[in-house]
Design a binder for this molecule. Structure first.
Ligand code: SF4
Length: 428
């Protein structure tokens, strides 16, 4: 029986209780969310070694950090260090996006050494292995693609991006209606090339019932990938993106009918004034299934600072109802992220998520802001560091400037809290 089956039968499992406690909610509320598909539960495949994380409506906005070696740079120790850095700075989940030679080893190490739910993108491994075995990505066999999914599931992967929404019919239109940035999802490109080469249907779409059987057997969550997400503002909300979403909508219903947990991945590059509309459209078409967004990237010119661009888009998206933000690092569009990039990316995405949660969840989230404001009014630096998302950075910045007072170097003796101390201004 899957987690969704149990929830539909009214059972409140230990995992549901753990996630509810973490969210500060009644377990029954979480159970109902899981039963309806509006919440997914993840992190139960590896038993007590892994934190249970719930994603969806009415919950704290979650943040994912991607790690994984590339064909250009492959170092298992560094990828593990990135994963542990993401854990330290507050990521809720990790995704291993490796496309290097060591991809089995890296995935197993991340599953073994980290306490967070782990997601993967099986089509990457299928493509990399096809090149190794047969010489080209388009030589992936359908069975080989499905075998990768099953192998990841056997190892305890918690959620997998399955690019089932890019069909042969949609792909056929690519040459007819060119886009500025084309297809920017790596998994989407692998599959579009395969579909065009073989003049055949996407193996994930064609074999979706079999995929659901695997997902039921191992009870992992399917994350429906957005192969045709816009890769530039010019392509935002275009025909391809929406056609894929209409296919994804039907796949969500098939997952739910099979008792399989599912979330929907969303765009991509979007101008700021299209972010809310996209969230509402995804949520409405997919009947409230949890929405997982990369960024969104709200301008194309932020190279080197795309973690800030992603945080701006992420805050607006989460406020509009997105449930899960995939971090963006300063290396986005430029290079494989370093350990320091991972730290900056996680902090930026966590800030975006929290800004939205203050609005979405009210006091459940904003009490941290209140505690910080109270500590600030008392010039209580130790409490301020403790409440910061990055206490190390906060301490470093303050201690860079030596001050003779208990204020900081910004105003020194003219510090507002020294001139009129908190108790005299009525600060609580
Ligand atoms: S010195 Fe200025 S910036 Fe620093 S704590 Fe006081 S009021 Fe704030």
């Amino acid at each position: 029986m899957t987690v969704m089956d149990e929830a539909r039968r009214g059972r409140i499992t230990e995992e549901v209780k753990a996630a509810a406690k973490e969210e500060g909610l009644e377990p029954e509320k979480l159970r109902r969310g899981i039963a309806s598909g509006k919440i997914i539960l993840t992190g139960y495949a590896r038993g007590e070694r892994c934190k249970i994380v719930a994603v969806g409506e009415g919950l704290r906005t979650k943040v994912n950090a991607n790690v994984g070696a590339s064909s250009e740079f492959s170092n298992i120790k560094i990828e593990l260090e990135k994963a542990l850095t993401a854990v330290r700075y507050g990521a809720d989940t990790l995704m291993d996006l490796s496309t290097s030679e060591d991809l089995n080893e890296i995935r197993r190490l991340i599953l073994k050494e980290t306490p967070l739910p782990v997601g993967t993108v099986p089509i990457y491994q299928a493509g990399v292995e096809a090149i190794r075995k047969h010489g080209a990505i388009v030589d992936m066999g359908e069975d080989e693609v499905l075998r990768v999914v099953e192998n990841h599931a056997k190892e305890g992967v918690d959620f997998m991006t399955i690019h089932a929404g890019i069909t042969q019919g949609i792909t056929a239109q690519l040459a007819e209606h060119p886009r500025v940035a084309g297809v920017v999802s790596r998994g989407g490109v692998f599959l579009a090339s395969w579909i065009l080469h073989h003049k055949a249907e996407n193996p994930f779409y064609k074999n979706f019932d079999y995929l659901l059987e695997i997902a039921r057997s191992y009870d992992f969550c399917i994350s429906l990938g957005d192969s045709l997400r816009p890769g530039s503002l010019a392509d935002a909300s275009d025909w391809f993106q929406i056609q894929e979403l209409l296919t994804v909508q039907k796949l969500v219903e098939r997952c739910w009918r099979a008792g399989v947990q599912v979330m929907v991945e969303g765009p991509g590059h979007l101008p700021l004034n299209q972010v809310e509309a996209n969230v509402v459209l995804h949520k409405s078409l997919c009947k409230g299934a949890p929405l997982y967004l990369l960024g969104p990237i709200v301008t194309d010119i932020g190279a080197g600072y795309d973690h800030i661009v992603g945080a701006v888009g992420g805050a607006v998206a989460a406020m509009a109802g997105a449930d899960f933000l995939c971090y963006v690092t300063p290396s986005e569009h430029l290079a494989l992220p370093t350990v320091e990039d991972v730290r900056e990316g996680v902090i930026a995405a966590r800030l975006a998520a929290h800004c939205a949660d203050v609005v979405k969840l009210g006091e459940r989230a904003s009490r941290h802001d209140l505690e910080m404001a109270q500590a600030r009014a008392k010039l209580d630096w130790e409490t301020m560091y403790k409440l910061s998302l990055d206490p190390v950075r906060a301490r470093e910045v303050r201690e860079k400037g030596k001050t003779k007072t208990d204020a900081c170097t910004m105003c020194g003796q003219y510090c507002v809290y020294r001139i009129l101390p908190a108790k005299q201004t009525g600060c609580i």
